[in-house]
Write a protein that binds this ligand. Structure first.
Ligand code: F6R
Length: 241
């Protein structure tokens, strides 16, 4: 596990963007795994700028997002489809047919999950997966207690996740209670990972994920077992290490 502590938010975003850019330069037809949430917003802004400046090319890139709320239509402002298009996909030269996000409105969940796994396999697997972490240690929407062997599945969101994500909705009642998420095993099968952690409020979980016991109660702790993971923290998130 490589641990990098960025001096400031600008450096944090730049290092994350350098990691993704390098992956794209090394392998122009890379398969990228992507996350939503506040943490990667600066990364996506940098990727957009670099793409507009002609420094990186997404024309052969395939993407797989980790998760989507159950029941939210693609054009709902809080859906992860909407988020990804707004902050990244609509601003770069990725081909629409190469974008993959779980379908929050799938009629048959088991089928949607199995097909998502199959699509990842058919694309050759994920080369670089971008991850954030929840206050409870979730990665994707794999909440505490999720078995490490889990593949893409329908997840019951934890109370703490619903509360944290209610900041984006008008009220907590509007936050979906379920989501479709790539499994922990799916995430661990990625060739490389970058886990991004920022903010003082993430310091305790950062410590547990990086230095604590490896346990399903802290889903991100499984990442200690991955041979090619970079953990990128800002100084606040690293303050308990
Ligand atoms: C979202 C995802 C989640 C977030 C996590 C942190 O696609 O995978 O695991 O990374 O909830 O969210 P933020 O960055 O908003 O603190």
């Amino acid at each position: 596990m490589q641990i990098i502590i960025a001096k400031c938010k600008e450096e944090f975003d730049r290092i994350a963007a350098d990691t993704v850019s390098q992956q794209i330069k090394d392998k122009p037809n890379s398969v990228l795994g992507l996350a939503t949430g506040s943490t990667p917003l600066g990364l996506y802004a940098q990727l957009v700028e670099r793409n507009k400046r002609g420094e990186i090319d997404f024309s052969q890139i395939t993407t797989f997002n980790m998760d989507e709320y159950k029941g939210l239509p693609k054009d709902h402002p809080q859906s992860y489809h909407y988020f990804m298009h707004k902050y990244l996909f609509d601003e770069i030269n990725v081909r629409p047919e190469n974008i993959n996000i779980p379908n929050g409105e799938a009629a048959d969940w088991a089928k949607e999950c199995a097909e998502y796994e199959e699509k990842i396999r058919a694309a050759g697997g994920i080369d670089l997966q971008v991850l954030g972490i929840g206050h409870n240690g979730h990665i994707g929407f794999n909440e505490p207690g999720t078995p490490f062997e889990a593949l893409t599945s329908l997840i019951e969101l934890d109370k703490r996740t619903i509360k944290a994500n209610s900041r984006f909705f008008d009220s907590i009642d509007q936050v979906p209670r379920q989501a479709l998420s790539m499994g922990i095993k799916t995430i661990m099968q990625s060739r490389k990972l970058i886990l991004m952690i920022c903010g003082r409020d993430k310091a305790e979980i950062a410590y547990k994920a990086i230095k604590g016991p490896i346990t399903p109660e802290v889903p991100a702790s499984v990442l200690q077992l991955h041979p090619f993971i970079t953990v990128l923290l800002d100084q606040d998130a690293a303050s308990d290490l």
